[in-house]
Design a protein around this ligand. Structure first.
Ligand code: ATP
Ligand code: MG
Length: 498
């Protein structure tokens, strides 16, 4: 018997115009946590989607416990004990937690095979208890936070007696505390002898949690081995094939000309009596833990929801936003945190997804000048190194991170005056992250005001000229000296009393 529970040998996969996997080898041991890392579009999700039967390989072999297998559907993979928690959760928010866990694996009873709700709920509860989660399984899934939905997705995968669990970027929508909970669960599963494959862009997670790491670049496997043999910089070197400079903190000076003023903004159960001013051309960071009310506050300022009290001023005049189009008309843009909710049109092309809101600037006398549209789309996709066959490819065929880049480029191309970015680099690889940071600085230097909401404190610290710290719906403080601030200082401010 081989020491491996899983061996993927010489896996090859082509999509129209892309060689997504080129002769990839991957092996997994019993009871290990194995990271797969690589830039956006490197082929990580594709490799795992082949393992679980979502895609068919063009060549190569999958060997499970010494036996050659081929999975035609995710269900076949589950029957062989291989399950995935996909990059974009595929649960149904409108039905209950219990139903989600047993979707496609329903408990039935009696001669007519009716749904056995009691058994379903009982089992769902025990599956969740196994990973240490206690939620009401009868409530609608959509009521749970993204983090809990993620955990439900894991419980669902484990409900099939999974021996090999694949997690595709599970921590992208989790905060530090929730990530710690997830990692405890993963370590427990590992100690029970399960094998776990973790795709992530966070190298510190690889260092902290994983035994081995496989590094992919441009559809090829470029390194595999124990994590302890590699340094941070070495991992990045394998991923991008060159050394990259760490983002340096730059001191910017901003003229104190107020562009946005928020006064006594409140919305019940979301945020309370928020007051602040932002200057033109400033990069303003918003830090806080989950539930701090950051997203809710800026969704409200943008007109997605209505405040229960408060007033706004923009560029010297009082601003009334009843709906997002009022804000957009004034030159305010918002890039929301959830890709799928924020109007990604999966069947449209990359250039359409990027340029739709900008058609007015590329039109002359109401007629869209497509050459301008194509030029702008090409310029931005090149700068952000969007990996795709061409700007005419359907966006649904891009890797998760590359879709995210297109959405970021959407507002950058539009020429806004105030841009609100909610978790702008979530799911984006180290290299492109640096480029997005660069563009944000350039925009700010050209006079655009940028608000950045990010759970990555390091990101807020390196980018922001000033930081507003929120906790449980209240503003806890402002940090003016962002050059010397440390992550723990921000947490201390967030958690201080009063
Ligand atoms: N259904 C598809 N049709 C065409 N091309 C595809 C399809 N799925 C993936 N690709 C291409 O295959 C390549 C690898 O994509 P994959 O999703 O595996 O990347 P990834 O490493 O998971 O990236 P990310 O970190 O952004 O999630 C990309 O160039 C992507 O555009
Ligand atoms: Mg992916």
């Amino acid at each position: 018997m081989s020491e491996f529970v899983l061996e993927m040998k010489n896996i090859d996969k082509r999509f129209l115009g892309v060689h997504a996997l080129d002769n990839v080898n991957f092996s997994l041991k019993n009871g290990e946590i194995h990271a797969i890392i690589g830039e956006n579009g490197a082929g990580k999700s594709t490799l795992m989607n082949i393992l679980v039967g979502i895609y068919r390989p063009d060549g190569g072999e999958i060997v499970l416990n010494g036996i050659s297998v081929s999975h035609n559907t995710p269900h076949e993979a589950l029957r062989n004990g291989v399950g995935i928690v996909p990059q974009e959760l595929n649960l149904v928010p409108e039905i209950s937690v219990a139903e989600n866990i047993f979707l496609g694996n329903e408990r039935r009873k009696g001669p007519f095979r009716f749904m056995d709700w009691e058994a379903t709920e009982e089992l769902a509860r025990s599956k969740l208890a196994e990973i240490g989660i206690d939620v009401d399984v009868k409530q609608k899934l959509g009521k749970l936070s993204p983090a809990f939905q993620q955990l439900v997705s894991i419980a669902r995968t484990l409900s099939f007696d999974t021996r090999i669990l694949v997690l595709d970027e599970p921590t992208a929508s989790l905060t530090t505390t929730e990530t710690t909970i997830l990692f405890k669960i993963l370590n427990r599963l590992k100690n029970e002898g399960k094998s776990i494959i973790l795709i992530t862009h966070h190298l510190e997670e690889v260092m902290r949690l994983c035994d081995n790491v496989t590094i992919m670049r441009d559809g090829k496997m470029v390194h595999t081995g124990p994590v302890k043999d590699l340094s941070f910089d070495r991992m990045i070197f394998y991923m991008v094939n060159r050394n990259i400079d760490k983002n340096k903190k730059e001191c910017r000076t901003v003229e104190k000309k107020v562009i946005l003023k928020v006064e006594n903004y409140s919305r019940k159960r979301e945020f309370n009596d928020v007051n602040f001013e932002i200057f033109k051309g400033e990069i303003f960071g918003i830090a806080g833990l989950v539930g701090a009310g950051r997203t809710e506050l800026f969704n409200c300022i943008f007109g997605i929801t209505k405040p229960h009290s408060g007033r706004l001023w923009f560029d010297g005049a009082e601003l009334y936003v009843k709906c997002p189009s009022d804000a957009i008309e004034k030159g305010i843009g918002l890039v929301p945190e959830e890709r799928r909710k924020m109007g990604l049109f999966p069947f449209l092309s990359v250039y359409e997804n990027m340029m739709l809101p900008s058609y007015s600037i590329s039109a002359k006398a109401g007629i869209i000048r497509y050459n301008t549209v194509f030029e702008l789309a090409k310029k931005f996709t090149a700068r952000l190194q969007v990996k795709m066959a061409s700007i005419f490819s359907q966006i649904k065929n891009l890797s998760g991170g590359n879709q995210q880049k297109v959405i970021a480029a959407r507002w950058m191309a539009k020429g806004v005056r105030l841009l609100i970015l909610d978790e702008p680099t979530r799911g984006i690889d180290v290299n492109a992250k640096g480029e997005i940071h660069h563009i944000i600085k350039e925009m700010a230097d050209s006079g655009v005001t940028v608000i950045i909401i990010s759970s990555e404190l390091e990101e807020v610290i390196t980018l922001a000229d000033r930081i507003m710290v929120m906790h449980e719906g209240s503003v806890k403080g402002f940090i003016e000296e962002t050059e010397t601030i440390k992550e723990e200082d921000i947490l201390r401010i967030a958690l201080q009393k009063g």
